[in-house]
Design a protein around this ligand. Sequence first.
Ligand code: GDP
Length: 364
Amino acid sequence: GFKCGIVGLPNVGKSTLFNALTQTAAAQAANYPFCTIEPNVGDVAVPDPRLDTLASIAGSGQIIPTRLTFVDIAGLVRGASRGEGLGNQFLANIRECDAIAHVVRCFEDSDVTHVEGKLAPISDIDTIETELMLADLDSLEKRAAALEKKAKGGDKEAKELLDLMTRALVLLRDGKPARLVDVKPEEEKTFRMLGLLSSKPVLYVCNVEEASAKEGNALSAEVFARAAEEGAKAVVVSAKIESEIAVLPAEDQKDYLEAIDLEEPGLNRIIRTGYELLKLVTYFTVGPKEARAWTITAGTKAPGAAGVIHSDFEKGFIRAETIAYDDYVKGKGEAGARDAGRLRLEGKEYVVADGDVLHFRFAN
Ligand code: GDP
């Protein structure tokens, strides 16, 4: 599954938000199997009203949402890349994540100490980003030194890798994140394998005071501008509100949200924006037994999508019976959609679209 690391300076509301996210997910998913794997790792059901609609049309006995894993990565402080705090351990945790949710303090509260002494989201962002870049610089310099000999000896693979690493190093030495490296399509896999922290997609989570939960405030506006500059994404939440919502049963959550004029919990917005950031799409498998959502990266072809369910589905893939979500709903189910001529037989080259209802045919 996809993993999102929650980072930020101390006292910005990471733990409050993490606990709220996992509890809200548990309440929303009252009927779904749910687990918190470890105290700092939460497996969150991705809220998707389409799945409920499909299940009710098909009379599915069980609803199984797709999941996103959140990891609360505490302890990232100035100096982490030099091993300050519990530095290296935390950097290693980030390395395993597909994306970073960077919580930024945008709320005033004289009772909550600001670790840097003043409220300054952009400089807080720079502090964290600098640690990530320094860690990358350090790891790349070490690895590049070892590769140089091989590259000089005529090892073609080593030479190509070194070339990619050198382009990243040039940026990092200039104080720029590795996400700005111009990666050729054929280098993408290798680049990902380098596991550079500053190359991970970032979602800024602006933690604002309750009154600004809907529109944000002047500080969150600064963060949004910064996100736009660097091709990142940003959302506004109030961790305090989220933690109050989290302890309510699902039906009361709606009333509470209405009372404060919010359309949905911050969790939903974070997940949705996270999906956009990671270019993820959802497809569905629907039957009388269960309706289930699955996550793939945009651009995945039918066999790869089948492989998310089981590797045998991918190996023996023959075709995918495909109905677009809207057609499934209009046809009031598979039979109706088929009668309306909306069931397509798609082959190996078909790129699965968001919302597709799929039925895989495969040979063992
Ligand atoms: P972390 O160190 O980033 O994990 O921060 P915590 O979640 O432990 O929060 C640090 C302190 O800030 C706690 O006392 C929280 O109650 C408080 N806090 C967190 N979010 C908010 C918020 O949205 N508003 C206010 N006023 N306080 C908050």
